[in-house]
Ligand binder design. Structure first.
Ligand code: UDP
Length: 238
């Protein structure tokens, strides 16, 4: 399968059509942005690292019975996926309070949540991806009630699988963001990526941050952190 036309370019990835109009190629770039595009940089090898990390994680989720858009990894930067209609929601789960929630509610970063916290944001750059609830999502007319229920059910299952997976490699899964899409037959599937760009990952022993917060907060050694996550995943799951 080869890349034909680029149909979308996002902050970290490009999407290409293929000879099969039900399949797309996702190309992972080195570009990184934070704070709604205000901070920009290129992180060496990030595209390759996130492609490899997402591949290993999606394969584990598929084995656990989670429906996804993933088909196969074609090379160091490209993945073949089913074409889906992306639902414009960012679905966030928090196991430990950090980032925007710590700030918004003045809760100490690192506080363990009494149960997984489920959040939705409306994917809309002009509005700055605002936090919304399920009623807002229905009012926006971007998703149906039964689809919302399926998204929540899948998300909480994915959280359980990811917590186990990261625990095995001595990492605390602090929080993460998912995106879902719809196949032509209406099936809701996990889409996008799961990587240190979209998760907060802390070493269990040292609490060292091994994710995009190293870039957001100018902590240095961003590439090393992503390399470390891939190395540990490969040791257990390759
Ligand atoms: N996240 C993401 N993309 C976004 C916003 C958030 O992947 O556009 C991830 C982020 O990496 C973190 C989780 O979602 O793992 C929760 O992010 P938060 O709401 O704390 O926002 P942030 O502090 O990243 O702005």
């Amino acid at each position: 399968m080869t890349k034909l036309n680029m149909i979308y370019e996002g902050k970290a990835k490009q999407l290409y059509t293929t000879e099969d109009d039900t399949k797309l190629i996702i190309h992972y770039k080195d570009d990184a942005t934070a704070f709604n595009g205000v901070k920009k940089a290129s992180i060496e090898h990030k595209g390759e690292l996130n492609n490899a990390i997402t591949t290993l994680i999606f394969k584990q989720l598929i084995q656990a019975g989670i429906p996804t858009h993933y088909i196969e990894t074609l090379n160091e930067r490209d993945q073949l996926c089913h074409k889906v209609d992306i639902i414009p929601l960012e679905v966030i789960v928090r196991n430990i309070i950090a980032g925007s929630m710590a700030k918004r509610l003045a809760i100490l970063e690192g506080t363990v949540a009494p149960r997984p916290i489920y959040e939705l944001c409306y994917k809309n750059d002009d509005l700055g991806d605002p936090l919304i609830n399920e009623d807002h999502a229905l009012a926006l007319n971007v998703v149906r009630e039964d689809e919302l229920a399926e998204i929540k059910r899948l998300t909480l299952r994915i959280n359980e699988e990811l917590k186990k997976l990261f625990d095995t490699i001595n990492i605390k899964l602090v929080d993460f963001k998912l995106e879902f899409g719809k196949l032509p037959d209406g099936t809701i599937v996990l889409a996008d990526e799961i990587s240190p760009d979209t998760c907060r990952l802390w070493d269990k022993d040292t609490n060292q941050k091994l994710d995009k917060d190293r870039f957001r907060r100018d902590l240095g050694q961003v590439e090393d952190a992503y390399q470390e996550i891939l190395k540990r995943l490969k040791e257990h799951y390759a």
